[in-house]
Write a protein that binds this ligand. Structure first.
Ligand SMILES: [Zn+2]
Length: 169
């Protein structure tokens, strides 16, 4: 199984198991090792329990997506950069990124706060670890093309606020 499939399979299993309260400790493991731990854990469950876990798990994944579904069961460092930065380095890196930001978007907001805009996809993605949520996705601003935001999938479609139209016209 290739690396990506392994990662996805491990996450899927973690989600299934989580729905029935099983959360194996998975610190300091590669995704392949997680998969090797989760698969027998899951396979050794009684058939009924397995079916229940799968049913719940699939529903949750369908509703919120795989990453979101496993976020609490699956440590975020699984997809966060593994390099440990000192506080100083982190602050410098963040300041450096912020200097390259386009500032706040005039059209998009989330939770009442204007969205930060980035001139490239790469910069938006580089900011993701600092946003504290590795499940955020990068997308092009629906109003100001050529600028990029980070957001959750469900808000991507509706990220244009009702007041946006008037400012565009
Ligand atoms: Zn925008």
């Amino acid at each position: 199984m290739n690396k990506m499939r392994c990662t996805l399979a491990a996450r899927r299993l973690a989600c299934y198991l989580d729905t029935i309260g099983i959360r194996p400790a998975m610190e300091n493991m590669t995704n392949r090792e997680r998969y090797r731990l989760l698969l027998p854990t899951y396979s050794n469950l009684p058939k009924e329990l397995r079916r229940e876990a799968r049913r719940h798990g699939r529903r949750i994944i369908r509703e919120v997506g795989l990453i979101e579904a496993t976020q609490h069961a699956y440590p975020t460092w699984a997809i966060a950069p593994t390099i440990q930065l000192t506080r100083q380095e982190r602050a410098e890196q963040m300041a450096d990124l912020m200097r390259q930001s386009l500032g706040q978007c005039a059209s998009c907001s989330s939770w009442g706060h204007p969205k930060r805009a980035w001139p490239t996809r790469e910069l938006a993605e580089a900011f993701r670890p600092f946003a504290g949520d590795m499940s955020l996705q990068c997308y092009e601003c629906p109003v100001d093309s050529g600028s990029y935001h980070l957001g959750h999938r469900n808000e991507v479609a509706s990220s244009v606020s009702p007041t946006a139209e008037s400012t565009v016209v």
